[in-house]
Design a protein. Structure first.
Length: 422
């Protein structure tokens, strides 16, 4: 079902939204209005990351301000705010988890500490149980999930890592994110695909696999897995998500959301990336279908049994934008209309003739339901046609209601605060 918002600005067509759109620009991409495969060629245009120009700062909507919050990190990625207000950072390049402790309204963190180190490409962070005083911090490495004993306010793990999920598929998409169900009974683990479109997956699947599950080199991949908090009872929760790179629990409804990097090679505008509620037992198409019942021509007729069984995602994002982070806004600093909306960090395209992404977008919700539209919120990271100075990754809401955004181009974190009139 497609929901429509009352849009305050003109919608852009699918092909007319270059990186660097102004904050407030609204987009809506409809599943029934996608271009055909190969309507354009496929480009290979990785950006050159340059130092931040003197005085450069992200562009924000009127009434907001963006300021450099912290710098000097090695591939800063996921940001998560602990119940006590400490901000946890997965510093993936350095193999460690950092804590940024901030006084209310402060422009910079008062303390930056190393909570845990010696990790292999850490990305996902979760607190368990999801109550004001969690006892563990879970961390997803690229090949496993571990947890550390924790007490509220700790700046260093109380003990060594305990392995919870001993083995995850390695290679390919390396990010593994985590989320905890509101009742604390389930730990969700996202695992991306090993390849672009898995053209080797032809013929009948092995018996006993969930609908749309992959096998062979892609076994257990392009999924959201579910395990008990102790790592037991491992099962596949949803399939066909090429790279569910980040997850979040929606306050109120308690729904699991993820943002997905879709496949390449079908053209500049196909298929869209997306954000969606992840439903138990649902199949989202990869590799045989995309955005509902659109068959990938490279696997045409490979799985006719799956036709009509693909769940269409909720919010489509311009193709190749590379969403890597999502958070729901539950603070009180921003104007009231932001409450319940979500922010998504777009790492930016490398495979599109005209750049897209390199931004943070706002997903619009009405009464807890997605409208299908999104708007540019944080832009201005593109220096030229060939160069960018930041690549957004992580997003979280600070305890004072500001939004924190990590970017791994120059290893910085930005703070976006509202200063205008409500």
């Amino acid at each position: 079902m497609i929901h429509h918002a009352r849009l305050l600005l003109p919608l852009l067509t699918l092909a007319a939204a270059p990186a660097g759109d102004a904050p407030g620009t609204v987009h809506e991409i409809r599943p029934d209005a996608l271009p055909p495969p190969y309507a354009t060629g496929s480009a290979g245009r990785p950006p050159r990351v340059v130092p931040r120009p003197d005085g450069a700062a992200p562009a924000v909507p009127a009434g907001f301000g963006a300021a450099l919050f912290a710098s000097g990190f090695d591939q800063p990625r996921t940001l998560r705010t602990a119940p006590n207000g400490d901000v946890f950072l997965a510093e993936s390049g350095a193999g460690r988890i950092r804590i940024l402790r901030t006084l209310p309204g402060a422009a910079r963190p008062a303390t930056v500490a190393t909570f845990a180190d010696g990790l292999s490409l850490p990305f996902g962070i979760a607190f368990w149980p999801p109550v004001p005083n969690p006892r563990f911090v879970y961390v997803a490495e690229t090949n496993r999930v571990v947890r550390y004993p924790y007490g509220s306010g700790d700046l260093r793990a109380r003990g060594p890592a305990e392995v919870i999920v001993p083995s995850l598929p390695e290679g390919g998409h390396w990010t593994r994110d985590l989320a905890v169900s509101p009742d604390g009974r389930t730990l969700f683990v996202s695992v991306g695909s090993a390849s672009n479109v898995a053209t080797s997956l032809r013929g009948r699947p092995p018996a006993g696999l969930p609908v749309g599950a992959a096998w062979g080199d892609e076994a257990g991949r392009a999924t959201v897995l579910a395990v008990d908090p102790d790592g037991g009872n491992r099962r596949i929760f949803a399939t066909g998500l090429r790279n569910c790179s980040a997850m979040a629990i929606q306050p109120g409804p308690g729904a699991l959301w993820c943002v997905v990097n879709e496949r390449d090679g079908l053209g500049d505008d196909l298929p869209p990336d997306y954000a969606t509620r992840v439903q138990q037992g649902a199949f989202y198409g990869w590799p045989w279908y995309y955005i509902g019942n659109h068959a990938d021509p490279r696997l045409a007729d490979a799985r006719p049994d799956l036709a009509g069984r693909v769940t269409t995602p909720d919010i489509l994002i311009q193709a190749h934008s590379a969403p890597l982070g999502i958070t729901f806004y539950d603070g009180t600093q921003f104007p009231a209309e932001y409450r319940g909306d979500a922010f998504v960090a777009l790492h930016g395209s490398w495979n599109r003739a005209r750049r897209t992404g390199y931004a943070v977008i706002r997903l619009r919700f009405t009464d807890g339901r997605p409208t299908g539209a999104y708007e540019e919120f944080l832009t201005g990271f593109v220096a030229s046609d060939r160069a960018v100075w930041a690549r957004p990754v992580g997003v979280t809401v600070a305890p004072d209601g500001a939004l924190l955004v990590s970017e791994d181009g120059n290893g910085t974190i930005w703070r976006i605060a509202f200063h205008g009139t409500r």
